[in-house]
Design a protein around this ligand. Sequence first.
Ligand code: NDP
Ligand code: OXD
Length: 310
Amino acid sequence: MLIALATRHSTDTDPWLAPLQAALPDARIVRWLPGDAPVGADIAIVWGPPESFWAGETNLKAIFNLGAGVDALLSQPSLPEGVPLFRLEDAGMAVQMAEYAVHAVIRAARTFDGYAVQQQQGNWADLPDIERDNWSVGVLGLGLMGARVAQTLAALEYPVAGWARSARELPGVEVFAGTDALPAFLARSRVLINVLPLTDDTRDILNRDTLSQLKPDAHVINVGRGEHLVEEDLLALLDSGHVAGATLDVFRTEPLPAEHPFWNHPRVTVTPHIAAASLKRETSRQVAGKIHQFLAGEPVTGLVVRDRGY
Ligand code: NDP
Ligand code: OXD
């Protein structure tokens, strides 16, 4: 079995070679970087390869993505049609996403920034107690990431709701489904956590109109994709005071440009797209398992429905 491992930069490819080869001892894995000759591979394992990769690979039977989000791949006109595309499913990311969200919510709800300021002042004083009823959390997206985020916060006794395309039962979480339910979901939420995939339906979903529907003193946490958020609308709502703070992991342009106002905004926390990393060993094992299932003609989960966009 010949596998092409394709990314944009060698720094992205190199750390994956050893864990993937260890998980796939029966395969020959060839690193492909821009400018290289075609590999003629049966299988592609990719993370953000340039368009030029696809032109040379005409024998591909399946494509495996080293991440959960496939928006960048689906936006490439040269991505071969009819070749099944599989995404990463959890593989240790959901628990990281839950940690990230819990950290951001607790930091706001328990006024830890206020205590940090007081420590600098040598000030031993209580800030107001938490009232959980005032910290209703809404999670956009209830897939592998969103459901874990929602249920982890529900276990900490925050009032949690989630929004997805389709209805389902999720213990401890009030579920809102479909576009018609979005206004009611937003109106009951003070903290909004976005864990949606980026699709034509979800692009720009965090905008002046939707964010204005949140409860006052809202907090916005974006761990989905940068293009979910209309950045100038968030800045305007931070200025007006309707949004009290934001924790942002993903941006329309990454790396976030040096001159971007988010860097120095006193109520915005910026992290460099690290909310949930694709862990090398877990990911390699999952991808290897999927490849073996695929080649054996067995059902493989994580197939991307291209028309749906995720
Ligand atoms: P899933 O496919 O498991 O879940 C997607 C969820 O979004 C589903 O609940 C789906 O609803 C819902 N959804 C999709 N479109 C709509 C819509 N139009 N209206 C309402 N709900 C919608 O994905 P994951 O949970 O694995 O990952 C989600 C995203 O998280 C990734 O696509 C990626 O962008 C981001 N991510 C970010 C990382 C980071 O480090 N910042 C790391 C990993 C992922 P339904 O269940 O009804 O289909
Ligand atoms: C992913 C990501 O989609 O890391 O997996 O953003």
